[in-house]
Design a protein around this ligand. Structure first.
Ligand code: HEC
Length: 225
């Protein structure tokens, strides 16, 4: 991109940033809209709204057993995580590690470390199989979660039906192993969610300072204010 075009674009970006939130609100109030984007549809929002809370809130309807999960696991997961969850090559270990967390070599697995079964469901649904995220149906993810709970001795019946109804009730071994961060700067502040007028001081603009020039020699030496 030429230096001229880049500088012009930089100017446009800086111009719109300079406008600020209040000015944008004024523009919208005055009926000046930008015709950018459109409201997300309920289906689109549902596609992103997949998180599951520790008590099971948000869990998709579905169910599965460890016995069913084992079959899926062998096809979809074992080639990275190993048939017994032992982790092949450098892929994560999914089994064992009890009583190692306080040792010099903590082995953090869903069994030894994770405080909630819902996180396991959430993570598998969201991210696995690695590289093909969200390939699995909720029923398959309940079955896989049940299987991982089973090989970690959290549940002892391979026919136990794990579902959206009971995923919040599973007692994980390390459930009490997490503490709230008591440092003063980690405490929740009141967060402004709408029409926020937060005082800010802009000390520089990346587009104008040109922190990532194509070529350091011909980067325009423009300094703001
Ligand atoms: C292609 C290899 C691959 C496959 C197949 C795969 N995973 Fe993974 N898995 C990974 C990698 C890599 C990570 C670590 C990802 C990260 O940390 O960002 C991971 C992480 C995980 C974790 C979190 C481990 C931890 O303690 O942090 C779980 C649970 C998991 N995988 C379950 C599954 C399940 C269930 C399947 C089958 C549906 C599966 N994985 C298939 C590669 C794979």
């Amino acid at each position: 991109m030429s230096v001229l075009v880049k500088s012009l674009l930089g100017g446009a970006v800086a111009g719109s940033l300079l406008m600020g939130a209040t000015a944008v609100a004024d523009e919208i109030a005055a009926g000046h809209v930008y015709d950018l984007g459109r409201p997300a549809t309920p289906e689109e929002i549902a596609g992103w709204d997949v998180d599951v809370m520790p008590d099971g809130t948000g869990a998709a309807m579905g169910q599965g057993t460890a016995a069913e999960g084992e079959e899926i696991y062998m096809v979809q997961c074992a080639y990275c995580h190993g048939e017994f969850g032992e982790g092949l090559e450098r892929y994560p270990v999914l089994f064992g590690g009890e009583d190692t967390l306080a040792s010099g070599n903590p082995v953090k697995t869903p069994g030894s470390y994770w405080p909630y079964a819902s996180t396991l469901y959430d993570y598998i649904y969201r991210a696995m199989p690695f590289g093909q995220a969200q390939l699995m149906t909720p029923d398959q993810v309940y079955a896989l979660t049940a299987y991982l709970l089973y090989i970690n001795f959290v549940i002892d019946d391979e026919d136990f039906v794990l579902s959206n109804e009971n995923i919040g009730d599973i007692e994980m071994p390390n459930r009490e192993g997490f503490i709230a961060d008591s440092r003063p700067d980690a405490q929740p502040a009141e967060v402004c969610m709408s029409a926020c007028d937060v005082p800010t001081t802009v000390v520089g603009r990346a587009a104008i300072i040109d922190v990532t020039p194509d070529n350091a020699d011909d980067a325009p030496a423009i300094v703001l204010e």
